[in-house]
Design a protein around this ligand. Structure first.
Ligand SMILES: NC(=O)c1ccc[n+]([C@@H]2O[C@H](COP(=O)([O-])OP(=O)(O)OC[C@H]3O[C@@H](n4cnc5c(N)ncnc54)[C@H](O)[C@@H]3O)[C@@H](O)[C@H]2O)c1
Length: 409
């Protein structure tokens, strides 16, 4: 049997380790450990989930990959200026942050991101190597992390900048074809190489971004073959969360939605990356689909716009306009404005997902963690986008009898 969760050491490896979300995870985790923060926004710390034997905050050791030269404490200073982190929390977490910074390794620059500002030259060199050599390097970094910190389990979370959208490729259809493409030296998106290395090295994998990651059929097969759990894609933190909670109400009342328009403005680094059309395409694919699918009406007029407005910093503002028709043809509208700190909304979800993934590992579960669908805009494994129905699946999973755990994961 595997050891009790309290005695286990869990590695949480974040790709995009110096980004805003990862920085909030690092300082948030140290604040939770020190009792300086309440677990607001963390579902696993609330009823009915808290009775599950989740790993305690003390068991997590952080590490990660990034491709920039900015340090975690510089990212934290930025988040203090933007009113997301408090200086007290940053001061209290400074020792842990220094130790975390020392565990961050140069990652793989994604091919179309060659113009990336603030680039760590080591990451540029990694990005220029053959795909198989890149996988070996990531695998070696993860192996070193596991052995140096005597970890019982590792969860890898992708929190890197959204990659440019890539169309489906024939070699993604199966593991055999993917490995043949690697053997021929064909390049692959960095998110796919990280995901391959994570799963091949025995880690659970979470894709919080819209990038491909482990969602391609070849890597889903790899996870099944290795008996490892994974989930994604694209954390559902703000406007889409509200949409997927509200749209089922229109469906349940048989009101006819004519149009659902959404307009997002954001000013952080994520917003800057999404101002590039190829990167924005990855995000818009996930945001546009949900309303039509919940309403079961492919003809609803919907459009989502995203603009980069630097002065907003991390405070994403989304305005949605829902035009709908009632009995007697009466036309009405609903409008809402959402103003949220994207990073403060995302960080607790990352901590939740790390716990769900570690629990799935300990329980010996493999393949897509479909019970985590409520956390994502485009859940791997598909299913409904209705937030309430998705949350019902999480409750069902929590109430399920536990299968025997496998040791040494
Ligand atoms: N905040 C939210 O509400 C939310 C919701 C859903 C998805 N996401 C996604 O989460 C990701 C992180 O968001 P953020 O606000 O922290 O962004 P950020 O720009 O602050 O951080 C991203 C980090 O990734 C690093 N990076 C870029 N390319 C990399 C690579 N190839 N390998 C390793 N590191 C790389 C960057 O240097 C940066 O430090 C984005 O993809 C975003 O779209 C965020």
């Amino acid at each position: 049997m595997s050891s009790e969760p309290t005695n286990r050491r869990i590695g949480l490896w974040m790709i995009g380790a110096r980004g805003s979300i990862a920085t909030c995870v690092a300082y948030g985790l140290s604040g939770l450990r020190e009792g300086l923060l309440d677990p607001v926004g963390i579902a696993t710390a609330q009823e009915p989930f808290r009775k599950l034997d989740f790993a305690p905050w003390e068991s997590f050791v952080l590490g990660g990959h990034d491709v920039c030269r900015r340090t975690v404490s510089e990212s934290a200073a930025e988040l203090v200026r933007h009113g997301i982190l408090t200086s007290d929390l940053v001061v209290a977490g400074s020792t842990e942050a220094t130790a975390y910074e020392a565990r961050i390794r140069p990652g793989l620059l994604d091919e179309p991101d060659v113009g990336f500002a603030d680039l760590d030259p080591a990451a540029a060199r990694n990005g220029a190597r053959e795909a198989r050599a890149q996988i070996e390097q990531i695998t070696e970094d993860l192996r070193h992390f596991r052995t140096e910190h005597e970890l019982d389990a590792v969860v890898v979370v992708n929190l890197a900048s959204t990659e440019a959208h890539r169309a489906d490729r024939p070699e993604w259809a199966s593991l055999a074809e993917f490995e043949a493409a690697l053997a021929e030296g064909r390049s692959q998106p960095a998110s796919v190489l990280y995901a391959y290395a994570a799963i091949a090295s025995g880690a659970a994998y979470v894709n919080f971004t819209p990038s491909r990651g482990a969602s391609i059929p070849a890597l889903r097969e790899l996870a099944e073959t290795r008996g490892l759990p994974h989930c994604g894609n694209d954390g559902k933190t703000g406007e889409t969360l509200v949409k997927t909670a509200l749209a089922p109400m229109f469906a349940a009342r048989a009101l006819r939605v004519l149009a659902w328009q959404g307009y997002n403005m954001l000013g952080n680094r994520d917003g800057e990356v999404l101002s590039e059309p190829a990167h924005r395409e990855s995000k818009l694919r996930n945001k546009g689909e949900v309303v039509r699918s919940i309403l079961g009406d492919p003809n609803v007029h919907t459009h989502v716009g995203i603009d980069y407005v630097p002065s907003l910093q991390d405070w994403k503002t989304a305005w949605d306009f829902v035009h709908f028709e009632g009995f007697l043809g009466a036309r009405m509208s609903l409008q809402f404005t959402w103003v949220g700190s994207d990073s403060a909304l995302a960080a607790p979800l990352v901590l939740d997902l790390a716990r769900w993934a570690e629990l799935a590992l300990r329980r010996g579960e493999s393949g897509a963690m479909t019970h985590t669908a409520s956390y994502f805009k485009a859940p791997v494994g598909g299913g409904t986008h209705d937030f309430h129905a998705q949350f019902g699946k999480l409750l069902e999973y929590a109430a399920k009898p536990v299968r025997a755990a496998r040791a040494g994961r």
